[in-house]
Design a protein around this ligand. Structure first.
Ligand code: GLA
Length: 717
């Protein structure tokens, strides 16, 4: 949830309550989009318009009869899903919100923040709608603050972040769902009359089945380059809900926010309830533009250090699992160096002594080095890494506990579990109660303790391997319905404390793969682990899915031994995001090693384009037996194209791929890279084409051989 600036508080404190003012228009605008609110004759606030930017100034008489209430209340005359529903301290279940005032700030040239203050005429309950407009990125962020000055607490039942309306002939919803090792599966369906909900009730690892992202296309289905749509996502690492309601007039309302499920919130007088942010972009040119808008926003504002480099790495998880010792790890440090990678990442299994972490059934919670595996401690490994000029990163999962651990024995009251029912395990573990400030301190100290003792630690992989079940917080006593919300806010407090002390330490967000991926957490993280499924064929779909909402530099992909495809195919797939390796390098033959070493060099040379270039998805694996995408830098001088043949049928034809995003007037050298030693390139000689040719005629670059790939470097001459 957001913090609000003191200047704004001051403004609202001195703002006069304007009675009976109507025809006030409040535009919230980016370079190409307008969201316009209007105060109605009844003093209520309406959404008057959302869509492409209106090119001429609009006068206040425009939008004569707006009907869509900007933040719909409950208990008076609303007949559909409300944005907010509360019960006052006197038991009255109604709320009415009237416009009071609004204010616009411009903290920087590219950003405008609009605050609209609403108030109940009868009760001292206030709602402030906040909108942050990122002009160049064409992205809007919105959140809401609810406060009251009643004598006793009021109960909040619904507290949406955002309510948006559309009036179109048809509505097409694209959603992303999955499970462990099956993240980001895309589905598109028409919305029909009534309600469709996408949500999570998992508490922790909340995005395991549904990811908090969607596209909503108007009138017709949109594709990559055409169609009118919004792409939306909620920055909340817990239970979320998107509700789509098509009413009797075929209008659509989209309510986004924390899932109200089992989460009525008792709000004390004077205490603000601040919702997480809904982030969205409007595109009249299909999903491709929407993704590029979100990527630019994420790099500039949404994720930690989006402008900084990322570390290539060697991870030991799939190579050793829990079975390692100092000697094995030291050899992996050698391999890290040999491969030309920046960092070695030590995964699960390095800790606990009373119940040594020999598998996932024991030791979670006891964050001291295991003396048998690491007799000289983490410090020794950090030093060994330094001696080889590679960095050292480490895995932690501080929110969780195994019943077989010292932590479980000493602090049973810190664990979420019902007092009168059997414990229910998932991956043999339980969740700690992050609503409890003592637990927040403990979790903070796991990370801070390691960094204090071993300042050479350069990276954390922060895992979270289960959801909540049989959930009860000793700390929350009679406020159990606060748990889902207080847990996430407790977690964010820990992240914020860590960031205060270690503002730039790179951290990978992980949750048994991609079970926790959202922009609420990504403010504190440089990247995320996309999936435990590292089979590159599966991975193409998973990474394709993430690419709609998250930039390549945040999506961690590792080359592993999972999957039967060639090492080249596996490497090319990992290379289209943030590349790493998790594979026994010592088993490589000479050619394999040489190939990987060159691929790492190629990646480092091209990573700026991949991480921060504009993404063009050219051929979707959902539509053909191949997948092709490319990244282009912002000067149109350099591009990298990835092409994968997934399968091929007898007689199948693959048409030329027309490139995008290049400068038609420029001439480009087109070269294949990542060529496996001894294999012939698909572009054996130097190829030079105009940008115009590449974008109109295109290249014939798809092999008919299933599970093959090519990486093409395109350079303006
Ligand atoms: C989760 C992660 C994996 C690995 C294991 C370790 O499953 O997603 O990458 O770190 O935990 O137990």
């Amino acid at each position: 949830m957001k913090k609000i600036s003191t200047s704004v508080v001051l403004f609202f404190a001195i703002a006069l309550i304007v009675k009976g003012q109507t025809d006030i228009l409040i535009p919230v605008s980016t370079q190409n989009t307008d969201l316009i609110f209007k105060v109605g004759t009844d003093n209520r606030l309406y959404q008057a318009y959302i869509g492409p930017k209106l090119t001429r100034a609009i006068d206040n008489k425009a939008f004569q009869r707006p009907v869509h209430l900007a933040y719909v209340t409950s208990g008076t005359d609303n007949l559909f899903e409300p944005a907010i529903r509360i019960t006052h301290s006197d038991g009255n279940p109604s709320l009415e919100l009237h416009y009071v005032s609004h204010l616009t700030e411009k903290p920087e040239e590219n950003v405008t923040i609009t605050h609209i203050r609403l108030k109940d005429p009868l009760y001292p309950v206030e709602v402030i709608l906040h909108f942050k407009a990122f002009a160049r990125e064409d992205v809007l962020e919105q959140w809401v603050e609810i406060t009251h000055q009643e004598k006793k607490p009021v109960t909040l039942y619904n507290y949406a972040t955002s309510m948006l309306y559309f009036d179109a002939g048809k509505y097409w919803l694209t959603q992303f769902h999955g499970d462990w090792a099956e993240e980001m599966k895309m589905q598109e369906n028409e919305l029909t009359s009534g309600i469709k909900i996408i949500d999570s009730k998992l508490g922790a690892r909340a995005h395991m089945y549904q990811t908090p992202v969607f596209f909503l296309s108007l009138n017709d289905k949109s594709n990559e380059n055409t169609g009118e749509l919004i792409a939306g996502t909620l920055g909340w690492s817990g239970n979320f809900q998107f509700l789509f309601e098509v009413d009797e007039k075929n209008a659509l309302r989209i309510r986004s926010g924390i899932n109200p499920f089992a989460s009525e919130y008792s709000l004390q007088p004077g205490q603000p309830f601040i919702t997480p942010s809904f982030v969205f972009t409007y595109s009249a040119q299909g999903k491709g533009l929407a993704s590029r808008n979100l990527h630019r926003w994420a790099i500039n504002y949404g994720i930690m250090d989006g402008g900084e480099p990322r570390l290539t790495l060697l991870n030991n998880w799939e190579t050793t699992f829990f079975n390692f010792n100092e000697e094995k790890l030291t050899a992996l440090l050698d391999d890290t160096k040999k491969m030309g990678l920046d960092m070695f990442l030590l995964d699960d299994g390095w800790f606990a002594n009373k119940y040594p972490r020999k598998n996932d059934m024991v030791g979670l919670g006891d964050w001291q080095e295991n003396k048998a595996k690491l007799p000289n401690g983490i410090g020794y490994l950090v030093k060994e890494a330094e001696d080889r000029s590679v960095k050292f990163g480490i895995w932690i999962e501080p929110e969780m506990v195994n019943p077989k651990s010292e932590l479980y024995e000493t602090h049973p009251d810190w664990i979420l579990k019902l007092p009168n029912r059997p414990e229910h395990y998932y991956r043999n573990q339980l969740v700690l109660d992050l609503a409890n400030p003592q637990v927040q301190d403990f979790v903070f100290n796991v990370a801070d303790g390691l960094l204090t003792k071993y300042p050479g630690i350069a990276f954390f992989k922060w895992d979270c391997n289960r959801m909540m079940t049989n959930t009860y917080s000793v700390y929350l006593k009679d406020k159990q319905s606060h748990l889902y919300i207080d847990y996430v806010n407790g977690l964010y407090k820990v992240f914020a404390r860590l960031r205060q002390k270690y503002p730039h330490l790179p951290m990978m967000l992980c949750s048994g793969g991609g079970g926790r991926v959202d922009y609420g957490a990504m403010r504190y993280f440089t990247e995320f682990w996309a999936s435990d499924n590292t089979d590159p064929l599966e991975r193409i779909y998973i990474q394709w899915g993430y690419s709609y909402f998250f930039p390549a530099l945040a999506v961690c992909n590792h080359v592993t031994s999972w999957g039967k495809q060639s090492l080249k195919f596996r490497t090319d797939v990992a290379m289209m995001g943030k590349m790493g390796f998790d594979i026994p390098v010592n088993e490589f033959n000479e050619k394999e090693l040489a190939f990987c070493q060159v691929a790492v060099k190629n990646y480092k040379r091209l990573s700026e384009v991949i991480w921060r270039g504009e993404l063009y998805r050219l051929i979707s694996p959902y539509e053909e037996n191949r997948a092709v995408l490319m990244y282009v830098d912002n000067t149109c001088d350099k591009a990298v194209l990835f092409s994968y043949t997934l399968n091929s049928r007898y007689g199948e034809t693959f048409n030329n791929v027309r490139l995008k995003g290049l400068d038609p007037a420029k001439t480009y050298a087109v070269n294949e890279i990542n060529i496996f030693p001894g294999i012939r390139s698909i572009f054996p000689t130097k190829n030079v084409y105009s940008g115009d040719y590449l974008m109109k005629v295109g290249l014939n670059l798809t092999s008919f051989q299933p599970l093959t790939s090519s990486v093409i470097e395109i350079t303006a001459e």
